[in-house]
Design a protein around this ligand. Structure first.
Ligand code: NAG
Length: 345
């Protein structure tokens, strides 16, 4: 009896730390997917190159693929889904365009356009206030040396350029790799979020965009292919994780992850993981206080100790990973139209 008890106890422990795996839902499409937005356990949207948008309302059992008419050659590097019917997609440059649908992708309306030379949009993020319309922010590579920022207070119908001047170093910019390098953050109970942005290239910083405060990150930097690609901030824990590295050498497992705390006090404290993710990572997400996931072209890692130690769970490359805003489901997307789902083994 006693033995059986110990044995079943061991079983319980082993099942609670059981391995996760990625189940591939789709692949083989002529699109590189970098935009992903997961509304709930059943509803997600994804966007990619060749004018492609994907949408599922049944948790990925069926995926509806569409090409946005007139945008067949455009690259939608990010998508923000407000619900099952409403989403915004971002075509990066020449001209930079944001389109919105309110009917599940049947029609798209242009809500933002900028044909300034050198304009290149990188990522969007949405803040859902307790009441009222969602607020959106889009960032772009520097114009005249200053980071480009535009925002919308009405769910993406109208956009305004931000007047802040946030100078970047020469050769410092943002990656349009996963739509994850910008993140709104508000302390628990607060409804006044502030945007954090992470940069890369010749220099890699975390930037508090409202105050134009920049802090250097201890990630690989100095070349066009290096720096921070993704940030996620835990809504309760006052902690964040930033991932990046060198996409041109995507198996380098150092200088690719940093843990940050101190958002509430405004005095950021940085810590390196003990075991870093196993290569360049573009997307990262907190799944709980202790469990995190990071993905990149060289694979997917999981941490079960708040980001201190990372374990490779798949060598399959994905650009972006997101957890359901309302729910637990976790989806990933990447090259060749790959869409995956995180599952318990
Ligand atoms: C986009 O479509 C063209 C033509 O079908 C194809 O050659 C190309 O590989 C596609 N791009 C991606 C990223 O799959």
């Amino acid at each position: 009896m006693r033995l059986i008890k110990i044995f079943s106890c061991l079983l319980l422990i082993s099942s609670s730390i059981q391995a996760q795996q990625i189940r591939l839902l789709e692949s083989g499409r002529k699109t590189s997917i970098r935009g992903l937005s997961v509304v709930s356990n059943t509803v997600f949207w994804a966007s990619g190159s060749n004018g492609t948008v994907a949408r599922s309302t049944d948790g990925g059992k069926t995926i509806q693929w569409m090409t946005v008419p007139g945008y067949e050659r455009r690259d939608f590097r990010d998508i923000e889904a407000l619900d099952a019917q409403t989403a915004l997609i971002m075509a990066v440059a020449e001209p930079a365009v944001i389109l919105k649908t309110t009917d599940g992708g049947q029609h798209w309306r242009k809500v933002f356009e900028d044909s300034t030379k050198g304009m290149f949009l990188d990522a969007m993020d949405t803040w859902f206030p307790a009441s009222g319309k969602p607020r959106l922010l889009v960032i772009g590579d520097p114009i005249d040396g200053n980071m480009f920022v535009a925002s919308s207070d009405d769910g993406g119908d109208h956009w305004e350029k931000t007047a802040h001047h946030i100078p970047l170093e020469t050769g410092e910019a943002f990656f349009a790799a996963s739509g994850s390098n910008i993140k709104w953050y508000a302390a628990p109970g607060k409804n006044n979020p502030v945007p954090y942005v992470v940069s890369g290239g010749t220099a890699s910083h975390i930037i508090q965009a409202d105050l134009a405060v920049k802090t250097k990150l201890s990630l690989l930097q100095g070349r066009e292919s290096t720096g921070a690609n993704g940030i996620d901030i835990h809504p309760v824990m006052d902690q964040a994780v930033i991932v990046g590295g060198d996409f041109a050498k995507d198996s380098i497992g150092t200088g690719n992850c940093v843990l940050v705390s101190g958002f509430r006090s405004g005095k950021l404290v940085f810590k390196e993981p003990q075991t870093a993710p196993h290569g360049y990572r573009s997307g990262v997400a907190y799944l709980s206080k202790l469990m995190l996931i990071a993905c990149g072209t060289s694979g997917v890692d999981i941490s079960r100790d708040g980001g201190r130690n990372w374990h490779l769970v798949s060598k399959e490359g994905f650009h972006v990973v997101k957890q359901a805003r309302q729910g637990k489901a976790v989806f990933l997307a990447g090259g060749n139209g790959r869409i995956g789902k995180l599952e318990e083994e």
